[in-house]
Design a binder for this molecule. Structure first.
Ligand SMILES: [Zn+2]
Length: 267
């Protein structure tokens, strides 16, 4: 019995952490955003969070299955319809996907001075993670791919460096950690590399709202279903070849998170 329990716990951790989380990219996004917070924004955020926003980047993934946060399961995803338009699909929890939820969170954060402290704290933790997930390649679901809006299509298996892996999970983890391998061990060096490379676009990229970000993410991420099909074999050179997608999605998310926080807390 004890063994079965241990196995069940191990599987829960495996499925909640590895297969369903953008992991390292969330930390990079928060680090990029933090670099671009104004002093006033940082001071106001510090009233609600005890640590750097980087320390909260994965909070939402850790608590996604715990009571009472199950409601947030689909907030990690966005949905794009057959015309490439984000549709904010309501799923089984009846509460919409990451786009309408992000819109609500931004609205509430903009009104932080009139909100209860606990809600400001919670909304900050949602935002730090969810702006990232709005840009996460594997978390953009397409209504017209097999399985529709509830699809697990991108969990199809491929051979990655000789091991059977889910395409989804590879994009969540290896797309970021198997490129720029000399930088992975130093989050802030990786952050500066991305920021130096894409910083000239910050002003143009930080604009928009969750709906326009979703439209853009849909367009940018759709080709990944042409790049690989079930059963394909590839190694890290695949992510090297497509690193533009990974890096630009991370940079955009970082700049947009900084803007959301500066808009709300910089005043
Ligand atoms: Zn997530």
């Amino acid at each position: 019995m004890k063994r079965i329990l241990t196995l069940a716990i191990a599987l829960t951790i495996l499925f909640s952490q590895d297969v369903f989380a953008w992991g390292y990219a969330h930390k990079l996004i928060a680090a990029i955003a933090e670099k671009h917070l104004t002093e006033r924004t940082q001071k106001n955020i510090d009233l609600y969070l005890d640590h750097s926003i980087v320390d909260y980047a994965e909070w939402m993934d850790v608590y996604r299955n715990g009571t009472p946060y199950e409601i947030s399961t689909w907030w990690h995803m966005i949905t794009v319809d057959e015309n490439g338009e984000p549709c904010g699909t309501t799923r089984s929890n009846g509460d919409g996907d990451g786009i309408p939820q992000m819109e609500r969170i931004i609205k509430e954060l903009n009104d932080w001075r009139n909100q209860p402290d606990s809600l400001v704290n919670l909304n900050l933790k949602w935002a730090i993670h969810m702006v990232g997930d709005n840009h996460c390649p594997a978390h953009v679901f397409f209504n017209d791919l097999p399985g529709g809006p509830q699809n697990r299509y991108n969990w199809f298996r491929v051979n990655y460096k000789g091991q059977k892996k889910a395409y989804h999970g590879l994009w969540d983890v290896q797309s970021t950690t198997d490129i720029n391998t000399d930088l992975v061990k130093d989050l802030y060096a990786y952050r500066d590399y991305i920021d130096n490379k894409y910083g000239a676009n910050k002003e143009a990229w930080e604009k928009g709202d969750p709906w326009s970000w979703g439209r853009e993410s849909g367009k940018a991420c759709r080709p990944m279903y042409e790049w690989a099909k079930p059963g394909d074999s590839f190694d890290e050179s695949f992510f090297e070849e497509h690193k533009d997608l990974t890096e630009t999605q991370i940079a955009k998310a970082g700049y947009r998170l900084a803007r959301v926080l500066n808009d709300a807390f910089g005043k």
